[in-house]
Ligand binder design. Structure first.
Ligand code: SAH
Length: 398
């Protein structure tokens, strides 16, 4: 039987919660003494014992759990999860029937009412990501609910939480048809190869869909394009399909070479006509300066944190310098797509980084486009802080 624990919410945190913020922060609630099991249900009350909501206990990097309902009588069971997944799927009706996009997010955690759980759609297959042992304890009900709510061809999962200080290494297959990988999905008519059973990532970050489309449609034709932190080269593919004069993809992970070749190949692009460099981006910047290389368009989408043998990098601290390096190898009148998924700062702060970099590089800039998360990456009402993606298209004038 699942534990039900009554916990008191600090008065300062109540307003945020009633405003719509579903995240339970450690400091905001008083937990009873003794151990609480992951997945326990929490009955959240105010000082006077008045009901605020029901949540679950699940520790992840952000917080110790999430509010699931604000209705006192609502039970957290399979029927609850069916309702949530159905509502989320209905919101994505246009994606399900799209002719040219077959990869999108069906369920976005807190934005769809269950923090710690995301579900992505890849051409009939579903990828479920669990962000705490707490939410994973609802696994059976949630998988039954998924089957009841949508038509699943096959189901895969990723466990994105640690147990005893370690990530569990396991096969990601759950049920239904086994996929043959790479699985080819479509995004606005572009093809992408994904693998649902190969480590932490699938080969494509779905939240950049609108950015890739705009890059292809509006900024690539006849241009030289540099894609830094290129991973599987998804932006390079979009640029090449948009008529780029050439693309250069730079990533230091060895797997990025075969993966990028594959992404070009599934789009009928001869990878030998494109440049793929296995290199540290910071070394590439000095190399390009030495060689006098410059680009019409530079994509800058680094991980929030990165550690190599020589250095550590964090976008919260180092973005201005990174952008300054990119500006140095951008042609006069060129475009930089500056992107970050670091949730610890907002768009306003990100724009101060842009300002700082352009001042230091002594260039002028104008903002051509801004993007946040696309519609399928739903965010809770009144809670812009959950909209972690920030992308700004800059025109650089030297
Ligand atoms: N922009 C990509 C996603 C980037 S994921 C896309 O939209 O698909 C982050 C990538 O940065 C990883 O592939 C990782 O290998 C790479 N990376 C991290 N630090 C790096 C560095 N110093 N130099 C080059 N690549 C780096």
């Amino acid at each position: 039987m699942r534990q039900l624990v009554e916990v008191q919410v600090q008065s300062e945190a109540i307003k945020q919660m009633t405003n719509g913020n579903p995240l339970l922060l450690k400091d905001a609630i008083t937990l009873p003494a003794g151990d609480i099991e992951e997945g326990s249900l929490l009955r959240l009350v105010d000082k006077a014992g008045g009901y605020i909501g029901t949540g679950y206990y699940g520790t992840q990097n952000k917080g110790i759990g999430w509010i699931l309902t604000r209705k006192e009588r609502e039970q957290i069971n399979e029927a609850f999860f069916v309702k949530k997944i159905r509502e989320a799927a209905e919101k994505r009706a246009a994606f399900f029937t799209s002719d040219d996009t077959t990869a999108f997010r069906v369920f976005n955690g807190e934005g769809d009412g269950i923090g710690g759980l995301t579900i992505d759609f890849f051409n009939g297959f579903y990828m479920v990501s669990w962000y705490s042992a707490g939410i994973y304890s609802f696994r059976e009900d949630i998988y039954n609910a998924l089957k009841a709510a949508v038509n699943t061809r096959g189901v895969y999962e990723k466990l994105r939480f640690e147990t005893n200080g370690q990530y569990i290494e396991k096969d990601d297959y759950v049920s239904g048809e086994k996929g043959e990988f790479p699985l080819i999905v479509m995004e606005n008519g572009m093809h992408y190869a994904v693998d649902l059973n190969d480590g932490a990532m699938t080969g494509i970050f779905l939240d950049q869909r609108n950015v890739r489309k705009s890059l292809r449609d509006n900024y690539s034709d006849g241009k030289t394009v540099l894609n830094t932190f290129s991973y599987t080269g998804a932006f390079s593919v979009a640029a090449a399909l948009g008529g780029a004069a050439g693309t250069t993809s730079v990533d230091l992970a060895k797997r990025s070479l075969p993966k990028t070749i594959e992404q070009f190949a599934v789009n009928g692009i001869d990878y030998e006509s494109q440049d793929i460099k296995l290199m540290n981006v910071f070394d590439y910047f000095s190399y390009a300066v030495r060689k006098g290389l410059k680009f019409d368009l530079v994509v800058l989408d680094p991980p929030s944190f990165a550690r190599t043998k020589k250095m550590t990098f964090s976008t919260a601290k180092d973005y201005p310098k990174l952008l300054q390096d990119a500006i140095a190898i951008t042609n006069d009148g060129g475009v930089i797509i500056a992107s970050t998924n670091n949730a610890s700062f907002n768009m306003k702060k990100f724009k101060t980084f842009i300002e700082k970099a352009c001042t230091a590089a002594d260039v002028r800039y104008s903002i051509l486009e801004e993007h946040k998360l696309p519609a399928d990456f739903a965010v809770p009402n009144n809670c812009p802080e959950f909209n972690y993606l920030k992308v700004v298209f800059l025109r650089i004038t030297k």
